[in-house]
Design a protein around this ligand. Structure first.
Ligand code: TXA
Ligand code: MG
Length: 336
């Protein structure tokens, strides 16, 4: 298949919309990561999404919308917490999980009685979704297990020749996938941390929002230990910003014959060693996370990442939990 690279012109948006309605897959930008869009009402197109990504069929997809009114076509119940989030937070890098209507098929939700719904903040994303005119399922546009793409060029690396078109938009500003907030019961729970923090949501809803699989807990939970977002080369994670420990580990890897890199808050502290910046704060760390991972894996053969999230540290902010979660998965929970 020859993949078309489309621009954000009226003509190309119309083509992208037609492709979606014809059951084809289209890569498109959002503020979080690029998505792999398909018509949510087209069972075959949705099935194709799983096939193209090599995604396990028990991992449900998010349905993307451009208008809040669409939520009521898809969800059967919108409780008062959901109403608050819909009114006060969306559009934003957040996904809400609600009980589904029959119109959303089991292929989309992997057989679950709930559906995940997201209205992106990105105007480019919404212009594409408006052109599609149907709700659009979209996982991140990477091959399963690879770091999510945050530029159209990275989508091309994974998807060229496999999908009908890629909309070439801006690089993603947020850089990590949306916060997934389960509002299908009266116990609001964050299932995946993102840029909209549980602390903010707790304040907004006037009650504690639970967090599933807290990345800071060292509990050996099988569900969160599987490898994900992994770079092609081995990676470890250090959590204390301990310069001596990082240098010793690096030197050990050099002695073993590796060409390692330190991925740290302040690269200048590591003498002549290969070192690159993780970012000056939590937002920058999130924005650059996957792009840096995809660059480092081509230039080095061992990644030594460091992310120290403490009160009043430079990485203490709303996106920290999401960054730490992605780093933990990327290194397969291999902490040094
Ligand atoms: O930022 C994002 O959310 C991006 C962009 C493209 O919008 N999309 C994305 O999709 O990250 P994906 O497929 O990579 O992640 C979807 C997440 C998975 O963790 C999945 O388990 C969860 O949403 N999910 C989807 N439907 C669900 C449901 N009904 N109940 C619970 N979790 C659900
Ligand atoms: Mg993904």
């Amino acid at each position: 298949m020859k993949t078309r690279y489309l621009q954000f012109t009226d003509r190309d948006l119309a083509i992208a919309g037609e492709l979606i309605r014809a059951g084809e897959l289209v890569g498109f930008p959002t503020e979080t990561v690029y998505g792999l869009g398909a018509n949510a009402f087209d069972v075959n197109a949705v099935k194709e999404t799983y096939a193209v990504k090599g995604r396990p069929v028990d991992n449900p997809l998010i349905v993307h919308i451009f208008d809040k009114a669409q939520i009521y076509d898809i969800a059967s119940e919108v409780n008062s917490y959901a109403q608050t989030v819909i009114e006060r937070v969306m559009p934003a890098p957040i996904t809400i999980v609600l009980p589904k209507r029959d119109i959303i098929g089991g292929v989309v939700t992997a057989g679950l009685p709930s559906v995940a719904i997201r209205m992106p903040q990105s105007l480019e994303a919404r212009s594409f979704l408006r052109a599609a005119a149907v709700p659009v399922t979209a996982p991140s546009a990477n091959l399963s297990g690879r770091p999510s793409p945050t530029t159209w060029q990275r989508v091309g690396e994974d998807m060229d020749g496999r999908i009908a078109a890629i909309l070439c938009g801006e690089p993603c500003g947020v850089g990590i996938e949306s916060t997934v907030l389960d509002l299908s019961s009266d116990e609001p729970t964050v299932l995946r941390p993102g840029a909209v923090s549980a602390e903010y949501l707790s304040e907004l809803l006037g009650r504690t929002v639970n967090i599933l699989s807290d990345p800071t807990s060292k509990v050996n939970s099988p569900g969160i230990r599987y490898k994900h977002y992994a770079p092609k080369v081995p990676m470890v994670l250090e959590l204390d910003d301990d310069c001596d420990k990082l240098c010793a580990f690096y030197d050990g890897k050099v002695a073993e014959g590796y060409r390692p890199v330190l991925w740290v808050s302040r690269p200048h502290r590591f003498g002549g060693r290969n070192a690159v910046s993780m970012g000056v704060n939590d937002r920058e760390a999130a924005a650059k996370l996957f792009e840096t991972m995809r660059t480092l894996e081509t230039e080095y053969d061992f990644i030594i990442a460091s992310f120290c999230w403490r009160k009043n540290s430079i990485y203490d902010g709303p996106a920290s939990r999401g960054v730490l979660d992605r780093l933990m998965r990327a290194c397969g929970h291999n902490i040094i």
